[in-house]
Design a protein around this ligand. Structure first.
Ligand code: HEC
Length: 233
């Protein structure tokens, strides 16, 4: 039987939508892997020695630890052939190298954590470099609710704010569930994070009330912030 025009048109539509669905899965996977890589590197920066004195970083060790954390978290080795992952790894190496050379010394020169190479500061710098390396095609950043905000430069964009306030901060949102959406502009992914015991020294108690935009003392397991990924169409 000869295919009629309708069935050809239908075939085209089905193939197209299958391709779009596939593209969405790919983007979600890429975006999720980016959050895993950023977390894998950030957890290496959670170290009193290098927070106080980043000249103590050993770059090769940092990369080995990051890749090992990544493998544990992703359940597969770091993929050298993935362009986006490589951009983020290059950004991470760039920032750790700069920190080692003391290039951020004067950047954070006031407040309670002056001069400290904090994990959140590492994440911010790595995200900015990543955006540059992808020539603006993709971004990765830490952000949070306006009430918990410490550094105004991490303020949420409108779409992030909506997801944080209406979904992540609602008691009905399952813990750790990722938000993702393909919009006209591109692919959005937001991964919620929660305060653990290690965060509370700064985000809990009187210190939390002091550093947050609103006088909020973070508690164990509370929503603390989110890693946001955006990949432009
Ligand atoms: C040593 C103190 C300290 C610890 C420990 C700490 N933070 Fe922070 N956190 C800060 C400071 C200070 C900033 C602002 C950083 C800057 O100047 O850019 C910040 C920024 C952030 C941000 C970015 C949004 C914003 O408000 O600027 C998030 C999200 C965040 N912290 C969550 C956490 C979580 C979750 C943990 C534990 C896993 C944690 N922090 C551990 C002090 C700390």
């Amino acid at each position: 039987m000869k295919p009629n025009r309708l069935s050809i048109a239908l075939g085209v539509v089905l193939t197209l939508s299958a391709n779009i669905a596939l593209a969405n899965i790919d983007l979600k996977q890429t975006a999720t892997e980016l959050t895993t890589l950023l977390r894998s590197a950030r957890s290496v920066t959670v170290n009193k020695v290098t927070i106080d004195d980043p000249s103590k970083f050993v770059l090769a060790d940092f990369v080995v630890k990051t890749k090992s954390n990544y493998k544990d978290a992703a359940g597969k080795p770091f993929d050298d052939s993935d362009e986006m992952l490589n951009h983020l790894m290059d950004a991470i190496v760039f920032v750790i190298g700069n920190a080692k050379e003391g290039r951020y010394k004067d950047k954070w020169n006031s407040g309670d954590y002056a001069g400290k190479f904090l994990p959140a500061r590492f994440a911010r710098e790595a995200g900015l470099k990543f955006e540059q390396l992808t020539q603006g095609k993709a971004t990765i950043r830490l952000t949070t609710s306006d009430r918990l905000l410490v550094n105004k430069q991490n303020k949420s964009q409108p779409w992030e704010n909506l997801v944080i306030e209406q979904k992540f901060m609602a008691s009905s949102w399952p813990k750790n569930r990722i938000y993702d959406k393909y919009t006209k502009e591109g692919f959005q992914l937001l991964l919620p994070e929660y305060y653990n015991a290690g965060c509370l020294g700064c985000h809990g108690g009187e210190q939390g009330k002091k550093i947050h935009a609103s006088p909020i003392a973070g508690e164990l397991g509370d929503f603390g912030g989110a890693i946001s990924v955006f990949i432009r169409r």
